[in-house]
Design a protein around this ligand. Structure first.
Ligand code: GLY
Length: 380
């Protein structure tokens, strides 16, 4: 990877990594007892009192494990382990456990197990993987996303593109327990997503509604995007990164091709100024989503490692443009604040979530830099 970078890109990676390390070494201690999602007056909020099952709760410990893996500093490990302990409460809140157990425990305990071999972490990750496989609908060959009703409708037969990022915990369980069931379920879900969520032009649908008794498609919804037929940018990124990861774990070439197709759409839509709009097919209203660009960049960096020599630069340059532009425009390096990357958006309809700080933007920004610096392992 290093030999493909320009001097300017190489210097930016090193300088930015140093700034990241400096700021996070402060935040790791200041936020040791918090599970952040948003920020309040520049400091992390804390979801552990009312939102312990929030899908984002793996990102803070995951970020701490990334930094521990790269630096070996004990402060990062202490914070990560403390948050893992706090997260155990989420297992006892069963109704609120959805498909997002992958996001939550793959980064928290999967990373821990990979780095330390902790039996406690293996146990947590195993419980999460078994919860996820139990959400499989064998007739429709898909993993059910959520439990609760949405907009007055039951979600029993709903699939969403975000689930692609939860599949790595299933691939891990197949390897760990030498049991093909987990991988088989993950691949059937990925195959279903490839056909039903990814459009021929590379843009994607957020929510597809199936009849849970026979798997037939009965509708769709814009979900976090602007409207049916639009292109929610973070959903686009989940497909890019999610399908690369499925390719890495299975070797199925169609998954890599799907990731590339979604990446081509993303690059074409964002390349005017490299600042991702929240939805690429919505009126221009100044609603941005930094997280979409950072997740896409992480996926594209993985694509670089997998494609032939003369294709690599397309994805690497796009990833670098996204990272450098987002950092230049939206990063906050002050040590008085906890957040780093601003201007992400939860959903189009949730006006309060527009152009704000979200913990996963910081996680993916750090993950991209970690990979560009050449650190390993990849936690997904
Ligand atoms: N997985 C939920 C989101 O991307 O907002």
């Amino acid at each position: 990877m290093k030999e493909l970078l320009t001097c300017e890109q190489f210097d930016w990676i090193n300088q930015t990594w140093n700034k990241l390390e400096e700021k996070l070494s402060v935040t790791a201690v200041r936020s040791r007892d918090k599970i952040p999602f948003h920020s309040k007056d520049g400091l992390h909020d804390d979801t552990k009192e009312d939102g312990i099952n929030c899908w984002t709760n793996g990102f803070w410990p995951g970020l701490m494990w990334l930094m521990y893996s790269a630096t070996g500093k004990e402060d990062y490990r202490k914070t990560a382990e403390h948050i893992e302990d706090l997260l155990d409460r989420a297992f006892m809140n069963f109704d609120k456990l959805g498909h997002d157990v992958g996001f939550m425990w793959r980064l928290a305990s999967g990373a821990d197990y990979q780095l330390t071999g902790s039996e406690k972490a293996k146990n947590r990750q195993s419980i999460a993987a078994n919860h996820l496989i139990a959400r499989y609908n064998p007739t429709g060959e898909f993993i059910r996303a959520w439990n609760a009703e949405r907009d007055g409708e039951k979600t029993t037969g709903w699939t969403i593109i975000d689930t692609m990022m939860n599949l790595p915990i299933l691939y891990w369980a197949s390897r760990e327990y030498d049991d093909p069931r987990f991988k088989d379920v993950a691949m059937r879900h990925a195959d279903n997503t490839m056909v039903n969520h990814v459009r021929p032009d590379g843009s994607v649908r957020h929510i597809v509604k199936h009849d849970p008794t026979n798997g037939e498609i009965v509708g769709e919804s814009a979900g976090q995007g602007y409207e049916i037929g639009s292109a929610w940018s973070r959903g686009q990124s989940w497909i890019i990164y999610g399908f690369v990861l499925s390719y890495i774990h299975t070797g199925k070439v169609e998954y890599l091709d799907t990731a590339k197709k979604a990446a081509h759409y993303f690059i074409a839509a964002v390349c005017e100024d490299w600042l991702p709009r929240q939805d690429f097919r919505a009126p221009e209203e100044g609603i941005y989503d930094a997280s979409a660009g950072l997740i896409a960049a992480c996926g594209m960096i993985e694509i670089v490692k997998l494609v032939p020599e003369y294709e690599k630069k397309l994805y690497l340059n796009a990833a670098m443009k996204l990272l450098m532009t987002i950092e230049r425009e939206w990063a906050d390096w002050s040590e008085d604040t906890d957040f780093i990357i601003n201007n992400s958006t939860g959903s189009y309809k949730g006006k309060k979530s527009h152009n704000t700080y979200l913990i996963y933007a910081d996680y993916y920004f750090a993950e991209a830099l970690y990979k560009l610096k050449g650190y390993e392992p990849l936690f997904w």
